[in-house]
Write a protein that binds this ligand. Structure first.
Ligand code: MG
Ligand code: MG
Length: 256
């Protein structure tokens, strides 16, 4: 496992990539309302990224499980029981839905990767609580990204918080190093053991992405080859930031 330490110059570019990505995500998020289609959200994000001379990172991304089905869009739009990799379509969002929008941007050869889960109109108290717990898991994980901690500490932070709230963490999909490639070493699971794994060092950059289910974290891939959903049809949520480890406070790279 080779974890790449980024130079100051590389961190600067990663911050720019992250900013464009976060702004594209913000634009798409602002358009979320009952009646909008997930394709329309996709177009908003793609137009924003291209108008800044950057490129969508997900478009054309190879499918590891189903070769021959590269990702055809700019965002992942995953609704309700869909966790990640939801394909944008002519599906219209309805009041009471929750939607995870995940977006990636390539800028000067470096990748920004972040995601949010949003309510569509008024949602149930359970949906609200699920989103809050998942977002808080991301905040706690970011705060754990300090020199002296190990990756196991970051993973355990997410798992302990989520399970203390009565929810479950997903096993099959993880956070990851991010840089010139969207997925670099190491994988950062949303579950783990404190004190295990490599030590965090300044200049490491990675995407943290808690994925939380209300029911058992048992997933399947829908017959579009991409959309990952919960087997029991219960709600799930997903938040993500790309961050950099520094000598002191962790730095979020994907801020608008
Ligand atoms: Mg992502
Ligand atoms: Mg990611």
């Amino acid at each position: 496992m080779a974890i790449i330490i980024k130079s100051k110059h590389e961190l600067e570019i990663l911050r720019e990539a992250g900013r464009i990505n976060a702004q594209a995500l913000e634009k798409a998020s602002q358009a979320v309302r009952p009646g909008v289609t997930t394709e329309e959200l996709d177009r908003i994000a793609e137009d924003y990224i291209r108008s800044h001379d950057a490129e969508p990172a997900f478009l054309g991304y190879p499918n590891g499980t189903f070769p021959g089905h590269p990702y055809p869009a700019t965002i992942n739009a995953s609704v309700n029981d869909e966790l990640v990799h939801g394909l944008p379509s002519d599906r219209r969002l309805q009041g009471g839905d929750i939607i995870s929008i995940d977006c990636g941007t390539i800028w000067k050869g470096y990748v920004g990767d972040s995601a949010v889960t949003l309510p569509v109109g008024d949602v149930s108290a359970e949906a609200e609580r699920l989103m809050n717990v998942t977002q808080k898991a991301l905040e706690l994980a970011i705060d754990a990204c300090r020199p002296g901690n190990r990756f196991g500490d970051v993973s355990a932070t997410i798992q302990e918080w989520v399970e203390s709230q009565g929810y479950n963490v997903v096993r099959e999909y993880t956070g990851h190093g991010v840089g010139q490639n969207m997925h670099e070493d190491p994988q950062i699971p949303n579950w783990g053991t404190r004190g295990r794994g490599a030590a965090l060092r300044p200049g490491m950059t990675f995407a943290l992405e808690p994925m939380v289910t209300v029911g058992p974290p048992i997933l399947y891939v829908q017959d579009d080859y991409w959309t990952v959903a919960t087997r029991d049809g219960e709600l799930c949520a997903h938040f993500e930031h790309s961050i950099a480890v520094t000598d002191g406070e962790p730095q979020i790279l994907t801020l608008p």
